[in-house]
Design a protein around this ligand. Structure first.
Ligand SMILES: *[C@@H]1O[C@H](CO)[C@@H](O)[C@H](O)[C@H]1NC(C)=O
Ligand SMILES: *[C@@H]1O[C@H](CO)[C@@H](O)[C@H](O)[C@H]1NC(C)=O
Ligand SMILES: *[C@@H]1O[C@H](CO)[C@@H](O)[C@H](O)[C@H]1NC(C)=O
Ligand SMILES: [Zn+2]
Length: 460
């Protein structure tokens, strides 16, 4: 009798918590309404904010943040972001991210320990739409079948892909790869990181500007942006070195990018099979549903490469389905397909190594120290100069690495360079990133040995 009563109580408690989320295509005001509802239901772990620029038509670029301490960057807590719908007609990612926000809130309130742990240890930023104007245009074209003209327009072009000025936002970012090549031609030892100096060199769109300021103002560690029209996890570089239309163009982080792409593809019931959507060269069977961006087709001025070369973040481009604008009746099933990939990918922000870089004498944190990989097992032998990560104002660094043994170089202006060896174990959610605090000796004014000498067997 008592157990009976308990069962009834548990069931009614759970139904109180039932989410009111409905699978449908949410218009821009409904997206804000849903995020506001989620925020109110999970006040202690969420914050809503807008980026500093609106879309061309004045719509806000809305972000919901999940964190144990919303609005605050906590020391050594990694920052993560998901962005969808930068192409306004690619709508599945937008609905997936909205549902993800609902799911995080719901699972947290239901007491799911894994969700609680993720939110407690991570600062997660979710932006369902980077191109709300494009979404409006795409939706109008899709459902306005009042004339044949509209019908044929629909068949021949993707209305709403661009922003309201007709610009493809994923071609509008500063081309930092070009800058990287110029630097490397000048000196093979150039430090490759944070290549954006604030000068875009041309007028860029407000949506792009908003994202640039966001990407460069928060120390993101890992991120992904969502597209449609294919089913594949795409990783840098998107741009080719020589301007050719297609050519495998690995980044120094090739090994870990492949691994991260597999986390998404392998957790998805179809993506890892490499299903073709019937377009030219989109058969990813042999690679298990992942691809180097430029090996598929070249994208210059994309957001993924910008993240990689302008910030510490590793960014991937996830194509979540053949149909860019699927019927609403398919959204629930697509959520089931993508739920585990979305969750498992977020967890990987805790893979690798993190710590503080500190002044050995004063114990003060060192800002803008560079941590680069000199050598490592498993694919870190590309003969490319590394893309270093740099420390924050608090002296923190995060470096996502695959399992293996690595030799790192830690440098900072005014300090002796250090070479350290680290061992990265298999990823484990409970353990998270390996912690390694690194002290650097200030260079003494006189009589010090030649600074920054790297043993020759480590040079590349
Ligand atoms: C918005 O602007 C403020 C003030 O300049 C700045 O502190 C903040 O980092 C900016 N936020 C974003 C998301 O760009
Ligand atoms: C895709 O490529 C694989 C080989 O990698 C091949 O066996 C398969 O038939 C191809 N599928 C399509 C639809 O072309
Ligand atoms: C890393 O080094 C340890 C010894 O320090 C060794 O046992 C292990 O096999 C190495 N791992 C790899 C992947 O090389
Ligand atoms: Zn796209």
């Amino acid at each position: 009798m008592l157990t009976h009563l308990l069962v009834v109580l548990v069931i009614s408690a759970a139904s109180c918590l039932q989410s009111s989320f409905v699978f449908k295509h949410h218009d821009n005001s409904e997206v804000v309404k849903e995020l506001t509802r989620i925020h109110h239901e999970c006040l202690s772990i969420t914050r809503l904010y807008d980026l500093n620029h609106t879309s061309v038509r004045g719509q806000p670029l809305v972000v919901i943040e999940f964190s144990g301490n919303p609005g605050v960057h906590e020391p050594l807590e990694p920052e993560f972001k998901y962005v969808a719908n930068m192409h306004g007609d690619e709508t599945l990612g937008r609905e997936l991210l909205l549902k993800l926000a609902d799911e995080l809130c719901y699972s947290f309130r239901a007491g799911d320990p894994e969700t609680a742990r993720l939110i407690d240890t991570t600062r997660i930023h979710i932006m369902p739409s980077m191109n709300p104007d494009g979404w409006d245009a795409a939706t109008k074209a899709k459902f306005d079948v009042s004339s044949y003209l509209t019908y044929f327009t629909q068949l021949t072009q993707s209305t709403g892909r661009e922003n309201a000025h007709g610009v493809d936002l994923n071609r509008d970012f500063p081309d930092l790869q070009r800058k990287m090549h110029l630097m490397l031609r000048r000196s093979k030892d150039s430090a490759i990181h944070h290549l954006f100096d604030g000068d875009t060199g041309r007028a860029i769109q407000p949506e792009t500007q908003a994202l640039i300021e966001w990407i460069t103002s928060i120390p993101f560690v890992l991120s992904a942006n969502f597209h449609g029209g294919a089913l594949v996890a795409n990783y840098p570089f998107d741009d080719t070195n020589d301007g050719s239309r297609r050519q495998y163009t690995p980044s120094p982080d090739e090994a870990v990018f492949q691994q991260l792409a597999r986390v998404y593809a392998d957790n998805h019931p179809q993506m890892h099979l490499g299903v073709s959507c019937g377009f030219v060269s989109d058969n990813f069977t042999s690679t298990g549903g992942i691809t180097n961006g430029a090996a598929w087709y070249k994208v210059t001025g994309g957001m993924q490469d910008f993240n990689y070369l302008a910030s510490n973040s590793l960014d991937l481009t996830i194509e979540v389905g053949c149909e860019k604008y699927p019927p609403a009746s398919e959204l629930a099933e697509e959520w089931e397909n993508n739920k585990s990939p979305l969750m498992e990918f977020m967890w990987r922000v805790h893979q690798g190594i993190k710590g503080f870089v500190i002044n050995a004498l004063t114990r003060e944190p060192i800002n803008e120290a560079e941590i680069s990989v000199l050598s490592g097992s498993e694919g870190y032998d590309l003969k490319l100069p590394d893309r270093a990560v740099t420390t924050t104002k608090l002296g923190e660094f995060w470096r996502i690495l695959p399992p293996g043994n690595f030799t790192l170089r830690v440098t900072a202006a005014g300090y002796e360079t250090r070479i350290i060896k680290v061992r990265i174990p298999e990823f484990d959610k409970q353990r998270g990133a390996a912690r390694e605090d690194i002290t650097l000796q200030p260079k003494s004014a006189t009589g010090s040995p030649k600074p920054g000498v790297v043993p020759t067997d480590f040079s590349q």
